[in-house]
Design a protein around this ligand. Structure first.
Ligand SMILES: [Zn+2]
Ligand SMILES: [Zn+2]
Ligand SMILES: [Zn+2]
Length: 103
């Protein structure tokens, strides 16, 4: 396993796709926390959520890197490297303004 993830080059900026998990919003699902795909802006729900849409999106699209889409959280994660990135600062427009709850 490499020490440094090579998937961070050339990321973003992206525009978050929805004020909530876009897949849960479509199907009426519930989420716990939100994650932002750093390649296309897909907002999906975390692995503590029943549907784990962020992880499903990453596997389906092979978009490797997400960051937290929760206010005050800066961390990211790379799926293929299984690597936690402590600081992946948001660019303008990428940060969640607040925590979004399911409707
Ligand atoms: Zn990586
Ligand atoms: Zn979801
Ligand atoms: Zn994506």
């Amino acid at each position: 396993m490499p020490d440094t993830c090579t998937h961070l080059d050339g990321l973003g900026p992206v525009t978050p796709s929805a004020d909530g998990c876009e897949d849960c919003l479509r199907m009426g699902g519930r989420w716990v926390h939100l994650r932002l795909c750093m390649h296309c802006g897909h907002v999906g729900c975390c692995d503590n959520s029943p549907n784990k849409h962020a992880t499903k999106h990453a596997h389906r699209t092979e978009h490797p890197v997400i960051r937290s889409y929760e206010p005050g959280e800066e961390w990211g994660y790379c799926y293929p490297d299984d690597q936690f990135i402590e600081e992946l600062p948001a660019r303008p427009g990428e940060a969640a303004k607040r925590h979004y709850d399911p409707p």
